[in-house]
Design a protein around this ligand. Structure first.
Ligand code: ABU
Length: 370
């Protein structure tokens, strides 16, 4: 690593030195579109509503995000923030049109850091097509500061109607949870395989190995693209059959340090996929139950944001301050726990891990699964 190195991160647990924390400014609830519709449960109050989020919720979320940024800075971690744009604008390409964007929370969905590269994801939500623009000033700055930084963009998806299964889970007779789970078990999701589509938050980085969740936001074609793009890595497809809305791996399967992961007890990794961990002496522990029965209002995510934590180093972890069971479990697992109030930001796209994106962690690319 040279003195000029700004960007380097190979996993989610080595000592964190530089991170991006999202902002809630101008965030919107997006209008109906195929990929979004499938993420919003049929009985959700969000069904059918769209437009700018209420100002008081934006202010409350920003207060907590700013507080989190300050806390990280107080521990000597450099924190950068995105530059929000006016998200309440229509998006139009030759292939589709939608009437508003989403926001610059959460960065983890958009930016995938692998070593000295930050890759903007090929996201399947039309409303998130231009979200990378909020990070463009930072990417441009890193490009100028760090001669080895690889500023990358995955192929821009076309997101025509061909990219989605028509009326997946929708229509007059919306799918029941049982029917959804059957589709998940059959690995049949709203996205088709006509082009690579993925969210960066579906990728769990563990040195030479990238574990990628196949679900609503990431397809198999994206995994094939990733394997060719990262030829020195091993890309593993993982599925979590107990999750009726499989989106993003970081509230399902979370490494805390080399040799230890927590796994959502409702979304267990199948035996076949666990073998690689067992063979290499990794322990997989069931995560603690969430402290809340329901997510906050206007929230896309599940209550399992409880386990969506940010590991600062092998012994220190940030957990949302109201998640008492998860904090207690982390403590028992030998971690120093830093409680972070962030529940007011959940509705904007996620929790403690989601609202960040790695820029620099110490350490190198290890082979944990030889
Ligand atoms: N962005 C993480 C959401 C995961 C979940 O809803 O469980």
């Amino acid at each position: 690593m040279t003195q000029d190195t700004i960007v380097s991160s190979w996993n989610d647990f080595d000592p964190l030195r530089h991170v991006i924390v999202g902002r809630a400014d101008h965030c919107c609830v997006p209008p109906s579109e195929p990929a979004v519709d499938d993420k919003v449960p049929v009985d959700s109050k969000m069904k059918g509503m769209w437009g700018p989020r209420p100002l008081e919720t934006v202010e409350a979320a920003n207060e907590q995000l700013d507080g989190f940024a300050k806390l990280l800075e107080s521990r000597g971690i450099r924190v950068d923030r995105p530059t929000p744009i006016q998200w309440n604008q229509a998006v139009s390409t030759p292939d589709f049109r939608t009437f508003s964007m989403f926001g610059c929370m959460p960065p983890r969905d958009v930016l995938l850091t692998v070593g000295n590269e930050i890759l903007s994801a090929a996201m399947s939500f039309r409303c998130r097509y231009f979200e990378y623009l909020a990070y463009w000033p930072l990417m441009n700055q890193y490009f100028r500061e760090d001669p080895n930084f690889r500023w990358e963009q995955a192929p821009r998806p076309r997101l025509t109607d061909e990219s989605y299964r028509p009326n997946y889970g929708m229509g007059k007779h919306a799918m029941t949870i049982e029917e959804r789970l059957e589709k998940v078990a059959a690995k049949e999701f709203v996205t088709t395989e006509v082009e690579p589509m993925f969210d960066a938050a579906d990728v769990m980085r563990m040195g030479k190995d990238l574990f990628v969740q196949h679900g609503l936001t990431t397809n198999r074609t994206a995994m094939e693209w990733m394997q060719r793009h990262f030829p020195n890595h091993r890309v593993h497809a993982v599925n979590f059959p107990g999750d009726p809305y499989p989106i993003h791996i970081d509230a399902t399967f979370v490494p805390l340090r080399p040799g230890l992961c927590i796994n959502n007890p409702h979304r267990k990794m199948p035996e076949e996929q666990r073998k690689i961990f067992a063979k290499n002496d990794w322990e997989i522990v069931d995560a603690a139950m969430p402290a809340h029965d329901n997510p906050p209002p206007l929230c896309y995510s599940s209550t399992w944001l409880s386990m969506n934590c940010l590991v600062l180093d092998h012994k220190t972890v940030c957990v949302e301050a109201s998640e008492v069971h998860q904090m207690e479990q982390m403590d028992k697992l030998g971690m120093e726990v830093i409680p972070v109030p962030l529940r007011d930001a959940y509705a904007f796209g996620g929790g403690i891990h989601c609202c960040t994106a790695d820029v620099y962690r110490e350490g190198t690319c290890e082979d944990y699964f030889p």
